[in-house]
Design a binder for this molecule. Structure first.
Ligand code: F6R
Length: 255
Protein backbone atom coordinates (compact mmCIF):
# COMPACT_ATOMS: atom_id res chain seq x y z
CA UNK A 1 0.00 0.00 0.00
CA UNK A 2 1.27 3.44 -0.85
CA UNK A 3 0.21 6.23 1.50
CA UNK A 4 0.48 9.77 0.15
CA UNK A 5 -0.07 12.68 2.54
CA UNK A 6 -0.84 16.15 1.19
CA UNK A 7 -1.33 19.47 2.94
CA UNK A 8 -4.85 20.28 1.76
CA UNK A 9 -7.99 18.86 0.16
CA UNK A 10 -7.07 20.58 -3.12
CA UNK A 11 -3.69 18.88 -3.18
CA UNK A 12 -5.36 15.53 -2.47
CA UNK A 13 -7.71 16.14 -5.41
CA UNK A 14 -4.84 17.01 -7.75
CA UNK A 15 -2.75 13.99 -6.71
CA UNK A 16 -5.79 11.72 -7.15
CA UNK A 17 -6.56 13.26 -10.56
CA UNK A 18 -2.95 12.60 -11.64
CA UNK A 19 -3.31 8.89 -10.84
CA UNK A 20 -6.82 8.62 -12.33
CA UNK A 21 -5.95 10.55 -15.52
CA UNK A 22 -3.42 7.97 -16.67
CA UNK A 23 -6.23 5.37 -16.65
CA UNK A 24 -8.62 7.74 -18.43
CA UNK A 25 -6.05 8.28 -21.19
CA UNK A 26 -5.77 4.52 -21.62
CA UNK A 27 -9.56 4.22 -22.16
CA UNK A 28 -9.89 2.20 -18.97
CA UNK A 29 -12.88 0.86 -17.06
CA UNK A 30 -13.23 3.39 -14.23
CA UNK A 31 -14.75 2.59 -10.84
CA UNK A 32 -16.28 5.73 -9.34
CA UNK A 33 -17.52 6.65 -5.88
CA UNK A 34 -20.12 9.13 -4.70
CA UNK A 35 -20.20 11.10 -1.43
CA UNK A 36 -18.31 14.33 -0.70
CA UNK A 37 -14.72 13.11 -0.80
CA UNK A 38 -14.20 12.61 -4.56
CA UNK A 39 -15.99 15.83 -5.60
CA UNK A 40 -12.74 17.86 -5.73
CA UNK A 41 -11.09 15.15 -7.81
CA UNK A 42 -14.03 15.12 -10.22
CA UNK A 43 -13.84 18.91 -10.53
CA UNK A 44 -10.13 18.67 -11.33
CA UNK A 45 -10.74 15.95 -13.94
CA UNK A 46 -13.55 18.04 -15.49
CA UNK A 47 -11.19 21.04 -15.56
CA UNK A 48 -8.54 19.01 -17.37
CA UNK A 49 -11.17 17.77 -19.82
CA UNK A 50 -12.40 21.30 -20.55
CA UNK A 51 -8.81 22.46 -21.01
CA UNK A 52 -8.50 19.87 -23.76
CA UNK A 53 -5.99 17.77 -21.80
CA UNK A 54 -8.18 14.75 -21.05
CA UNK A 55 -10.70 12.75 -23.05
CA UNK A 56 -12.92 10.05 -21.61
CA UNK A 57 -13.61 8.56 -25.05
CA UNK A 58 -13.47 4.78 -24.80
CA UNK A 59 -13.88 4.67 -21.01
CA UNK A 60 -16.73 3.18 -19.04
CA UNK A 61 -17.74 4.03 -15.49
CA UNK A 62 -19.07 1.71 -12.80
CA UNK A 63 -20.44 3.13 -9.55
CA UNK A 64 -19.68 1.39 -6.28
CA UNK A 65 -23.17 1.35 -4.89
CA UNK A 66 -26.73 2.65 -4.96
CA UNK A 67 -29.50 3.20 -2.45
CA UNK A 68 -32.33 0.69 -2.62
CA UNK A 69 -35.86 1.96 -3.01
CA UNK A 70 -35.06 5.35 -4.58
CA UNK A 71 -36.08 5.75 -8.19
CA UNK A 72 -33.08 6.27 -10.46
CA UNK A 73 -34.23 9.84 -11.20
CA UNK A 74 -34.31 10.80 -7.49
CA UNK A 75 -31.75 13.63 -7.06
CA UNK A 76 -29.98 11.77 -4.22
CA UNK A 77 -29.82 8.46 -6.08
CA UNK A 78 -26.22 7.66 -6.94
CA UNK A 79 -27.28 7.27 -10.59
CA UNK A 80 -28.16 10.97 -10.58
CA UNK A 81 -25.31 12.04 -8.31
CA UNK A 82 -22.50 10.54 -10.38
CA UNK A 83 -23.94 12.11 -13.54
CA UNK A 84 -24.49 15.51 -11.90
CA UNK A 85 -21.07 15.66 -10.20
CA UNK A 86 -18.96 14.08 -12.92
CA UNK A 87 -20.11 12.05 -15.92
CA UNK A 88 -22.38 14.63 -17.58
CA UNK A 89 -19.46 17.12 -17.68
CA UNK A 90 -17.08 14.92 -19.67
CA UNK A 91 -17.18 13.08 -22.99
CA UNK A 92 -18.59 9.75 -21.90
CA UNK A 93 -21.81 8.33 -23.36
CA UNK A 94 -24.60 8.04 -20.80
CA UNK A 95 -24.95 4.35 -21.71
CA UNK A 96 -21.35 3.81 -20.56
CA UNK A 97 -22.19 4.96 -17.02
CA UNK A 98 -23.29 1.96 -14.95
CA UNK A 99 -24.93 2.07 -11.52
CA UNK A 100 -26.54 -0.86 -9.66
CA UNK A 101 -30.32 -0.88 -10.09
CA UNK A 102 -31.51 -0.05 -6.59
CA UNK A 103 -35.09 0.34 -7.85
CA UNK A 104 -35.29 -3.31 -8.99
CA UNK A 105 -38.02 -5.51 -7.51
CA UNK A 106 -35.44 -8.29 -7.14
CA UNK A 107 -32.29 -6.76 -5.64
CA UNK A 108 -30.42 -10.08 -5.57
CA UNK A 109 -30.94 -10.52 -9.30
CA UNK A 110 -29.98 -6.88 -9.93
CA UNK A 111 -26.78 -7.48 -7.94
CA UNK A 112 -25.95 -10.55 -10.02
CA UNK A 113 -26.54 -8.60 -13.22
CA UNK A 114 -24.22 -5.83 -12.02
CA UNK A 115 -21.39 -8.33 -11.45
CA UNK A 116 -22.04 -9.67 -14.97
CA UNK A 117 -21.89 -6.15 -16.42
CA UNK A 118 -18.52 -5.57 -14.75
CA UNK A 119 -17.24 -8.88 -16.12
CA UNK A 120 -18.53 -8.09 -19.62
CA UNK A 121 -16.61 -4.79 -19.53
CA UNK A 122 -13.45 -6.79 -18.74
CA UNK A 123 -13.26 -5.82 -15.05
CA UNK A 124 -12.59 -2.48 -13.39
CA UNK A 125 -9.08 -1.08 -13.97
CA UNK A 126 -9.07 1.56 -11.26
CA UNK A 127 -11.55 1.89 -8.41
CA UNK A 128 -11.84 5.24 -6.65
CA UNK A 129 -12.96 4.89 -3.02
CA UNK A 130 -13.91 7.08 -0.08
CA UNK A 131 -14.12 5.68 3.43
CA UNK A 132 -16.95 5.95 5.93
CA UNK A 133 -16.29 7.11 9.48
CA UNK A 134 -17.01 3.49 10.49
CA UNK A 135 -14.43 2.12 8.04
CA UNK A 136 -16.86 1.10 5.30
CA UNK A 137 -15.99 1.15 1.60
CA UNK A 138 -18.85 1.11 -0.85
CA UNK A 139 -21.65 0.28 1.55
CA UNK A 140 -19.78 -2.70 2.98
CA UNK A 141 -20.50 -2.01 6.61
CA UNK A 142 -18.52 -3.53 9.53
CA UNK A 143 -18.98 -7.31 9.55
CA UNK A 144 -19.02 -7.62 5.74
CA UNK A 145 -17.30 -10.71 4.37
CA UNK A 146 -13.90 -9.84 2.96
CA UNK A 147 -14.84 -11.98 -0.07
CA UNK A 148 -18.35 -10.59 -0.55
CA UNK A 149 -19.75 -9.86 -4.02
CA UNK A 150 -22.30 -7.29 -5.13
CA UNK A 151 -25.40 -7.74 -2.99
CA UNK A 152 -28.23 -5.94 -1.16
CA UNK A 153 -27.20 -4.75 2.31
CA UNK A 154 -28.71 -2.76 5.17
CA UNK A 155 -27.07 0.58 5.98
CA UNK A 156 -25.38 0.96 9.37
CA UNK A 157 -27.01 3.54 11.71
CA UNK A 158 -23.75 5.53 11.58
CA UNK A 159 -23.96 5.70 7.76
CA UNK A 160 -27.60 6.79 7.93
CA UNK A 161 -26.60 9.56 10.36
CA UNK A 162 -23.57 10.57 8.23
CA UNK A 163 -25.61 10.68 4.99
CA UNK A 164 -28.58 12.55 6.49
CA UNK A 165 -26.87 15.77 5.33
CA UNK A 166 -27.82 14.91 1.73
CA UNK A 167 -31.53 14.56 2.61
CA UNK A 168 -34.07 16.76 4.41
CA UNK A 169 -33.88 14.47 7.46
CA UNK A 170 -32.36 11.16 8.62
CA UNK A 171 -35.82 9.59 8.20
CA UNK A 172 -35.53 10.06 4.43
CA UNK A 173 -32.21 8.21 4.11
CA UNK A 174 -32.92 4.79 2.57
CA UNK A 175 -32.24 1.88 4.93
CA UNK A 176 -30.93 -0.49 2.27
CA UNK A 177 -28.63 -0.45 -0.71
CA UNK A 178 -26.90 -2.51 -3.36
CA UNK A 179 -23.13 -2.42 -3.05
CA UNK A 180 -20.18 -3.95 -4.82
CA UNK A 181 -18.75 -6.48 -2.36
CA UNK A 182 -15.30 -6.36 -0.80
CA UNK A 183 -14.31 -9.29 -3.05
CA UNK A 184 -15.66 -7.39 -6.08
CA UNK A 185 -13.70 -4.27 -5.14
CA UNK A 186 -10.53 -6.27 -4.65
CA UNK A 187 -10.72 -7.56 -8.23
CA UNK A 188 -10.13 -4.03 -9.57
CA UNK A 189 -6.61 -3.53 -10.94
CA UNK A 190 -5.82 -0.51 -8.76
CA UNK A 191 -7.57 0.75 -5.62
CA UNK A 192 -7.33 4.50 -5.01
CA UNK A 193 -8.78 5.56 -1.65
CA UNK A 194 -9.10 9.21 -0.65
CA UNK A 195 -9.84 10.69 2.76
CA UNK A 196 -9.84 14.24 4.03
CA UNK A 197 -10.64 15.93 7.31
CA UNK A 198 -10.20 14.98 10.95
CA UNK A 199 -13.46 13.01 11.05
CA UNK A 200 -11.73 10.37 8.90
CA UNK A 201 -8.52 10.16 10.96
CA UNK A 202 -9.62 7.16 13.03
CA UNK A 203 -10.87 5.19 10.00
CA UNK A 204 -7.66 6.00 8.10
CA UNK A 205 -5.47 4.79 10.98
CA UNK A 206 -7.49 1.57 11.23
CA UNK A 207 -7.47 0.87 7.51
CA UNK A 208 -3.77 1.57 7.01
CA UNK A 209 -2.24 0.37 10.30
CA UNK A 210 -4.87 -1.78 11.98
CA UNK A 211 -5.39 -5.50 11.48
CA UNK A 212 -7.13 -6.71 8.32
CA UNK A 213 -10.59 -7.28 9.69
CA UNK A 214 -14.25 -7.23 8.73
CA UNK A 215 -14.64 -4.74 11.61
CA UNK A 216 -12.88 -2.23 9.36
CA UNK A 217 -13.88 -3.23 5.82
CA UNK A 218 -11.46 -0.73 4.24
CA UNK A 219 -8.56 -2.69 5.76
CA UNK A 220 -8.90 -5.12 2.79
CA UNK A 221 -6.79 -2.59 0.90
CA UNK A 222 -3.84 -4.09 2.78
CA UNK A 223 -4.40 -7.31 0.80
CA UNK A 224 -4.36 -5.61 -2.60
CA UNK A 225 -1.09 -5.48 -4.55
CA UNK A 226 -1.79 -2.00 -5.99
CA UNK A 227 -3.51 0.18 -3.42
CA UNK A 228 -2.91 3.91 -3.10
CA UNK A 229 -4.26 5.93 -0.18
CA UNK A 230 -4.16 9.72 -0.55
CA UNK A 231 -5.06 11.74 2.54
CA UNK A 232 -4.68 15.27 3.83
CA UNK A 233 -2.82 16.13 7.03
CA UNK A 234 -6.02 16.11 9.12
CA UNK A 235 -7.02 12.62 7.98
CA UNK A 236 -3.42 11.42 8.50
CA UNK A 237 -3.27 12.72 12.06
CA UNK A 238 -3.54 9.32 13.80
CA UNK A 239 -1.08 7.46 11.54
CA UNK A 240 1.85 6.26 13.64
CA UNK A 241 4.23 5.97 10.67
CA UNK A 242 3.21 9.12 8.78
CA UNK A 243 6.75 10.52 8.61
CA UNK A 244 7.92 7.33 6.94
CA UNK A 245 5.06 7.37 4.41
CA UNK A 246 5.98 10.95 3.48
CA UNK A 247 9.50 9.84 2.63
CA UNK A 248 8.46 6.60 0.93
CA UNK A 249 5.90 8.34 -1.29
CA UNK A 250 8.26 11.10 -2.44
CA UNK A 251 8.42 10.98 -6.22
CA UNK A 252 6.84 7.57 -6.27
CA UNK A 253 3.22 8.15 -7.34
CA UNK A 254 2.20 5.12 -9.44
CA UNK A 255 1.01 5.82 -12.98
C1 F6R B 1 -20.05 6.24 -1.89
C2 F6R B 1 -19.53 5.21 -1.01
C3 F6R B 1 -19.18 5.47 0.41
C4 F6R B 1 -18.48 6.81 0.65
C5 F6R B 1 -18.19 6.99 2.13
C6 F6R B 1 -17.54 8.34 2.42
O1 F6R B 1 -20.27 5.71 -3.20
O2 F6R B 1 -19.42 4.13 -1.45
O3 F6R B 1 -18.34 4.43 0.86
O4 F6R B 1 -17.29 6.85 -0.08
O5 F6R B 1 -19.37 6.88 2.86
O6 F6R B 1 -18.47 9.35 2.12
P1 F6R B 1 -18.04 10.88 2.09
O7 F6R B 1 -17.05 11.00 0.99
O8 F6R B 1 -19.30 11.63 1.80
O9 F6R B 1 -17.43 11.17 3.42
Amino acid sequence: MQVIIRGSEDEVARAAADVFSSYVRAGAVLGVATGSTPVGTYRELIRRHRAGDLSFAGTQMFALDEYAGLSCDHPQSYAQTIRREFASHVDIADSDVHVPNGAAADLVQASREYEEDIDKAGGIDIQLLGVGTNGHIGFNEPGSSLNSRTRPMPLHPQTIADNARFFDSADEVPRRCITQGLGTIQRAGHLLLLATGEKKADAVARLVEGPVSASCPASVLQLHPTATVIVDDAAAAQLVHRDFYAVAADGDVPA
